[in-house]
Design a protein around this ligand. Structure first.
Ligand SMILES: Nc1ncnc2c1ncn2[C@@H]1O[C@H](COP(=O)(O)OP(=O)(O)OP(=O)(O)O)[C@@H](O)[C@H]1O
Length: 280
């Protein structure tokens, strides 16, 4: 079954068409990258897919379900996790606690009636049940929490010795690259059907970028389906099965990396905009 199907997605800001009729699919096990010049609508497209923004029109179908307009936490529980362009971790929580948060959508014993959270009247019952369980601390919840610790360790180990020795440090003490790794580990913790990454190597030096690329290639080899926005073309070329090129909110090219790279419209979109307007 197609993991993600986006049809005719549109979103304007004060008359500016940031995303203007974008359609694409992501199949199981695929890595699909969205590239394009600055301001072409890449992050807005990710925000529409992951529920951070509501589309003006168009449809988002995730694993066969129409999820258009769903909030990010509901999408996370359904199996769509994402990271953000600037890296968002809770600075005062430890690295392990940050990753633990990523497991919240998968909790069952500790979050009874969590299905009711999306029903306006019943969500209070769900919150009350959660509070009661936290106060009583039954054995099933304790077992679930112990199981979570093991899952956190697995996620941290994914990043070699970058995160595991720092598991108990507050996230604000980490280097920028390690904060980004923590964010990816958190997004992966719930075992998402689709991992959405917004510029996972932004602000990283070439060595750090190469390391994250290797980790993403490992994830891909393990069958993880990924949708990403990225500016670093070498990484996109090595990682992607398909590349989607946006310009001024529209898809101007889509296909395998080599095909897209030599597409005259893509070269024009990139190089045309870099040419100085006035020559001395
Ligand atoms: N919340 C907002 N309010 C107003 N305009 C916005 C908002 N978000 C995005 N835009 C505008 O929409 C257009 C697309 O922005 P977007 O951030 O999606 O582009 P991008 O391709 O991700 O850019 P970059 O590569 O620089 O991150 C830009 O012109 C931007 O200024």
């Amino acid at each position: 079954m197609t993991v993600l199907e986006v049809t005719g997605l549109r979103r304007s800001f004060a008359g500016l068409r940031a995303v203007d009729g974008v359609s694409f699919t992501v199949e199981p096990g695929e890595v699909v990258s969205i590239i394009g010049p600055n301001g072409s609508g890449k992050t807005t497209a990710l925000n529409l897919v992951s529920g951070v923004l509501r589309p003006d029109s168009g449809q988002v179908t995730f694993q066969g379900r129409d999820v258009t307009g769903w909030r990010p936490e509901r999408l996370a529980a359904a199996g769509l996790s994402r990271t953000f362009q600037n890296g968002r971790v809770f600075g005062n929580l430890t690295v392990a606690e940050n990753v633990l948060i990523g497991l919240t959508p998968t909790l069952q014993a500790a979050r009874p009636f969590s299905r009711w959270r999306n029903v306006p009247v019943l969500r209070w019952a769900s919150l009350l049940a959660e509070t009661a369980v936290a106060l009583v601390d039954p054995p099933a919840v304790r077992r679930e929490l112990a199981d979570r610790q093991a899952k956190v360790a697995t996620q941290l180990d994914r990043f070699g010795d970058r995160l595991t020795p720092r598991a108990d440090l507050a996230a604000h003490t980490l280097s920028y690259a390690n904060r980004r790794r923590t964010e990816i580990a958190r997004a992966l913790a719930s075992g998402p059907a689709l991992l959405v990454l917004d510029e996972p190597t932004a602000g990283m030096n070439p060595a750090e970028t190469g390391e994250v690329l290797e980790q993403l290639l490992e994830l891909k080899a393990a069958g993880q389906t990924i949708l990403l926005v990225e500016h670093k073309i070498d990484l996109v070329m090595r990682l992607s099965d398909r590349v989607l090129v946006l310009d001024a909110g529209s898809v101007i090219a889509a296909g395998p990396p080599e095909q897209v790279r030599s597409d005259p419209r893509v070269i024009e979109a990139y190089l045309g905009k870099r040419r100085p307007a006035v020559r001395p």
